[in-house]
Design a protein around this ligand. Structure first.
Ligand code: DGT
Ligand code: CA
Ligand code: CA
Ligand code: ZN
Length: 577
């Protein structure tokens, strides 16, 4: 379930929007935006802190702290409620339209009374034409944004789904009579977004589990209630199906409800060809109807002539054929990861100081850890040569101070900005001082296909660029991928020895699974990185690993599973520094 920090962060983000929408003080709005980020990224539970403890969080001042205390005491914050009462809820929802934002939402509401995504009709009716600041480009962006919102179609991001699923599985596992409990469906396959949760329980008697399920505190609505299946909606609006099966059907049921549909069709075909029938109740002899196996997934797959297939591969993308000929990949796992190669500190837009990030990395058992704050071309980060070099001295001084036997190595890097022409923030002489550079596109997203492709290929050709960060820059449900010729980019990466990032942030997951599969065929190597801007983000790496698995990657494909000596060889690229 959402941590109290996330609830409060969402509340302050809303408050910041509401201030802007109502034409309030821009400085104040920014302060609450900042507080929201600080709180969302804070490692300790907020609910345990008093006003004084709260103010020790950077970005949290007195009035923010007072509102947090009020929230935990009263369940609401009067200042937020007052602003909420001033404008229809739909206006705030408008700010979620990519390309809109609170200021424009305010104008639309004030001038035209538009308070919902009926906005699309208004655009088509050319009602926006006379408004100041709404050119044809804005119209285009708004329409595109509405499409993106609609295509997300109520699916939720993987981290939100995972939090809820793990909480539910934890709660139901403790109910008397529950023999096994797990989540299945798209979440188990680690798809980037999830339509609904599918939770499975093995029990002789379903009644106690079903009852406990409907009584969970965060269940807002029971949609359907029966002895084998109950469906609910959580207070966050996520639908959850619970199915209770007999313990002897566990394997077949888990296999069936994990899906995907396409994978299941293939396994059922395999069964039919062997005179068997596969359903969620078990694998049966087609003629006699006798149960053959179904207690574990391994049993079911084995009887079909297959090894156990990892859920992340179950998309009918060749896993059945590979399994039949004994050629499934030995997928990379989180345990294989030796370090994170893209992370930030409060020197730029991160929340935590270098020491805290390094200590948290060591806590995760990393052998090495790279700090990669933003280069100076991202003007709002106010980076200078001096600040970067001062950070390098601190990194060197702290190197060898963390981890068991103080053995964790700190690498000093940077996240460079790939300019529209493919140049990066610093000349070669300065870049040569870094252990590692990630380079990413952060601006000029709609340059056109040719220019974008040339831009990224040029960055790959820079001998000091080792990793292309979040290569397509998409933000799930909010910003589409840039229109670059990815095959040309993949070829350039392979040719120049530049790795592609699998950015593990749940909003990004960039590259995505299908692109990873294609890039791998070009012979590209990958870096699975958290892009952490706070200590809590380091743990997002699991979603990057799931995505890498969906792209069929092995540990050998991922440079941050390698021992440091091999990684360093890769980082020397071709020019023998
Ligand atoms: P989602 O919820 O849209 O993110 O995707 P899934 O894959 O979780 O789909 P869902 O919740 O509709 O069903 C869970 C699994 O149950 C699905 O992956 C496969 C299995 N399943 C459900 N209905 C059918 C069906 O009609 N035929 C087959 N073969 N499998 C089904
Ligand atoms: Ca599902
Ligand atoms: Ca479902
Ligand atoms: Zn970054």
């Amino acid at each position: 379930m959402a941590r109290s920090n996330d609830e409060v962060a969402a509340l302050f983000a809303e408050y910041a929007d509401l201030i802007s929408i109502t034409g309030g003080d821009a400085f104040k709005a920014r302060a609450y935006e900042k507080a929201a980020r600080a709180i969302g990224g804070h490692h300790a539970e907020l609910s345990g802190l008093d006003a004084k403890g709260l103010q020790e969080i950077p970005g949290v001042g007195r009035s923010v702290a007072e509102k947090v205390v009020e929230y935990f005491r009263d369940g609401s914050v009067s200042a937020v409620e007052e602003l909420r009462a001033k404008i229809p809820a739909g206006v705030r929802r408008l700010t979620a339209v990519p390309g809109l934002g609170p200021k424009k939402a305010h104008v639309l509401y004030e001038e035209l009374g538009i308070a919902s995504v009926e906005l699309a009709d208004a655009v088509h009716a050319e009602r926006l034409r006379d408004l100041k600041g709404f050119g044809p480009r804005t119209e285009e962006r708004i329409l595109h944004g509405i499409d993106l919102l609609r295509s997300a179609g109520g699916r939720v991001l993987i981290d939100v789904a995972m939090d809820t699923a793990e909480t539910i599985v934890g709660a139901l596992s403790g109910v008397t009579g529950c023999r096994r409990c797990a989540y299945a469906g798209s979440l188990r396959r680690v798809r980037e977004t999830v339509g609904d949760l599918d939770v499975l329980v093995a029990a002789e008697d379903s009644a106690p589990v079903m009852r406990a399920f409907t009584e969970l505190p965060y269940v807002a609505e029971v949609i359907a209630h029966g002895p084998t299946k109950t469906s609910v909606r959580t207070s966050e609006g996520l639908a959850v199906d619970l199915r209770v099966v007999r313990p002897q059907s566990w394997g077949a049921a888990l296999q069936y409800f994990t899906g995907s549909r396409a994978h299941n069709i293939r396994t059922r075909e395999l069964a039919v060809r062997q005179g068997l029938k596969l359903s969620e109740y078990g694998l049966f002899d087609a003629e006699s109807g006798e149960l053959v196996v179904s207690e574990t997934e391994e049993d079911v797959y084995a009887r079909l002539g297959l090894p156990w297939i990892p859920p992340t591969l179950r998309e009918d993308r060749g896993e059945i054929e590979a399994g039949l000929r004994g050629g499934l990949p030995d997928l990379v796992t989180e345990d294989d990861i030796r370090g994170d190669l893209h992370t930030h500190t409060n020197l730029t837009d991160g929340l935590a100081p270098l020491e805290e990030m390094a200590a948290a990395a060591a806590e995760r058992g990393y052998a090495y850890y790279a700090v990669t704050d933003h280069g100076p071309d991202m003007a709002m980060q106010r980076m200078t040569d001096e600040r970067m070099l001062a950070q390098r001295e601190r990194v060197r001084a702290l190197d060898g101070r963390y981890g068991p036997g103080r053995g964790m190595r700190l690498l000093h890097g940077a996240e460079l900005n790939i300019a529209p022409d493919g140049e990066v923030d610093w000349p070669a002489a300065f870049l040569a001082g870094f252990d590692l550079c990630v380079a990413s596109v952060h601006s000029h997203f709609d340059q056109g296909r040719e220019a974008l492709t040339r831009r990224i290929v040029r960055a790959c050709e820079n001998p000091y660029v080792h990793v292309i960060g979040h290569p397509t820059t998409r933000i799930i449900g909010r910003r589409p991928a840039i229109d670059a010729d990815l095959d040309a980019v993949f070829a350039a990466c392979a040719r120049t020895g530049t790795a592609l990032e699998i950015n593990a942030h749940p909003d990004r997951l960039d590259l995505r699974d299908e692109d990873i599969l294609r890039a791998k065929r070009h012979g590209v190597k990958f870096a699975v990185d958290s892009d952490a801007h706070a200590v809590v983000h380091l743990a997002n790496l699991r979603y990057g690993i799931g995505t890498a698995q969906r792209g069929w990657l092995t540990a050998d494909d991922v440079i941050n599973t390698w021992p440091l000596t091999r990684l360093r060889r890769f980082l020397r690229k071709r020019h023998g520094r």
